[in-house]
Design a protein. Structure first.
Lengths: 280, 227
């Protein structure tokens, strides 16, 4: 069944005590009155019952899915350090060819460095998208570069939301590509350990989002097969919050299962580490 | 803890209790989310953290109608684990809140998974920047992180495309119009497919508290309804 798209020119929407809505609207195709309409902030809630998108659905796709990676790349290069968050979010969705990655990576890195201290929530959404895309694409051997994002002593603190993204992506990279040799990025491991030691403090851990960044930092240290891994895991175990110890241990058990399918040496190392930490 | 259908205008919820909204047919649970706060709520409009899509995290809770509710009587420790799980993932879906409706639809395969219920969106070398969930998958994984295994994803009954269409009309429509591929939805092959349906969660919770925490529930297809 074809759907019709109306453009609302003006109107009034009234919220009823039931939580539903009545509305009187003037549209480009005449007046429209809605009775007992339900609110939805979901993309395809009840989409069989009403028009959610213009018809046909395939029309809707042109904007993002088929947007050429080249076009996004050009947009980012042209925008310089003023790239809008929306563009960075779109870039995060698209896969790039190796030749495009070589151009994209320095542009993303520049944007991250320039905007990581922003206090504007919209900016941070874009920086977070840039961080995730950058780390997911960067050469593994250059991951030490990320230590710069975790250094303390900047003029303003890096928002915890961004620290989550950095720690998470470091962890994920090593989850997917277990280090063949131990301690591939010692400086990065040290920065993570600095962060974990501060955030695991009982006065801080329960604050919004700090348990996420503390646990991810510890898991990233372990995933890097750092010499700090045992101390980091023990710190989680020693937390007065048992749930935190359980959470970290459960995540590292899942990491071991994944490594069992990827790299037996790394998995054996992690098994031995677990025995050592939990036996103490 | 028994699950129940909401018969009044108000509903009392604990934080991260599971809230379901009916879908296309009677007693069919079409969507689920986690109650964002403890207390009394208007059933017609409960604030939830859910995989809309897009994912509504603590800074941008979604709202749904509470037609059915289930509780595992979460402890403070369970709540902290679930809170941490959400904090780990919420940022990676915040990007989608920048998009308009058309772009969201275009990005559907990048943000949402049907089968399996949770699946990373991979770069070419297997690295990933985002976990995709179905709405039920987001809830199942949140509880799993609290060591509450409501269901065994490997023991889900296979369902055919008619039932999947009931749950995911938009995605199936996009698939049939060739906008997204069956593989985007995890529906490779002729089916049927072991899709996690929302109603299963309420049957899983509709047991005594010890059983809920001790063993995963094994649903049947009819449990997509909760009467």
């Amino acid at each position: 069944m074809a759907t019709t798209r109306l453009t609302v020119l003006e109107g009034v929407v009234e919220e009823l005590p039931s939580g539903k809505y009545d509305a009187a609207l003037r549209t480009d195709q005449g007046r429209l009155v809605l009775r007992g309409a339900e609110r939805s902030d979901r993309l395809w809630a009840d989409s069989e019952k009403g028009p959610t998108i213009a018809s046909p659905a395939s029309e809707a796709i042109a904007h993002l899915g088929e947007l050429a990676a080249d076009e996004l790349l050009r947009g980012l290069a042209d925008a310089g350090t003023k790239a809008p968050s929306r563009l960075l979010c779109a870039i995060e969705m698209v896969r790039f060819l190796p030749s495009q990655r070589e151009i994209l990576l320095p542009l993303l890195w520049r944007h991250i460095l320039d905007h990581r201290n922003s206090n504007h929530p919209d900016d941070l959404v874009g920086v977070a998208a840039a961080i995730r895309k950058y780390i997911a694409m960067m050469p593994m051997e250059r991951m030490g570069q990320l230590a710069a994002l975790l250094e303390s002593g900047h003029r303003s603190p890096v928002p915890v939301d961004l620290e989550i993204e950095v720690a998470k992506m470091i962890y994920r990279n090593f989850e997917v590509h277990p280090p063949v040799v131990a301690d591939p990025q010692p400086e990065l491991a040290h920065r993570l350990w600095e962060m974990a030691r501060v955030y695991i403090d009982p006065r801080i851990l329960l604050r919004d989002n700090y348990s996420a960044v503390a646990s991810l930092a510890i898991e990233a240290i372990v995933a890097m097969r750092s010499p700090l891994a045992e101390a980091a895991w023990r710190a989680a175990i020693a937390s007065p919050y048992r749930w935190f110890a359980e959470l970290v241990t459960d995540e590292l058990d899942e990491l071991r299962e994944k490594w069992d399918r990827k790299n037996l040496d790394a998995a054996a190392w992690l098994r031995q580490l677990r025995g050592s930490v939990l036996a103490a | 803890m028994p699950s129940y259908r909401v018969a009044k205008e108000g509903v009392s919820l604990g934080v991260f209790d599971i809230v379901g909204q009916d879908g296309g047919e009677r007693a069919f649970v079409g969507h689920v989310g986690l109650a964002s706060s403890t207390g009394s709520h208007t059933a017609a409009r409960v604030a939830v953290l859910d995989m809309g899509p897009p994912l509504h995290g603590p800074d941008a809770a979604g709202t749904i109608r509470a037609d059915v509710v289930g509780s595992a009587a979460l402890t403070d420790d369970d709540v902290q684990k679930i809170r941490t799980f959400i904090a780990r993932h919420a940022n990676e879906h915040r990007s989608f809140l920048q998009f308009g409706m058309r772009e969201l639809i275009a990005a559907a395969p990048e943000m949402y998974a049907i089968c399996p219920h949770a699946k990373p969106f991979y770069e070419e070398d297997g690295r990933y920047a985002r976990m995709r969930f179905s709405c039920a998958g987001f809830v199942l994984e949140a509880y799993r992180k609290a060591r509450i295994r409501l269901l065994d994803p490997d023991a889900l009954p296979p369902v055919d495309i008619a039932i999947i269409r009931l749950c995911y009309p938009m995605q199936v429509r996009l698939m049939e119009e060739g906008v997204i591929s069956p593989g985007d939805l995890g529906l490779d092959g002729d089916g049927p497919w072991p899709v996690l349906l929302c109603g299963y969660l309420f049957h899983a919770l509709d047991r005594d508290g010890i059983a809920v925490r001790r063993e995963a529930y094994v649903p049947i297809v009819e449990h997509r309804h909760f009467v």
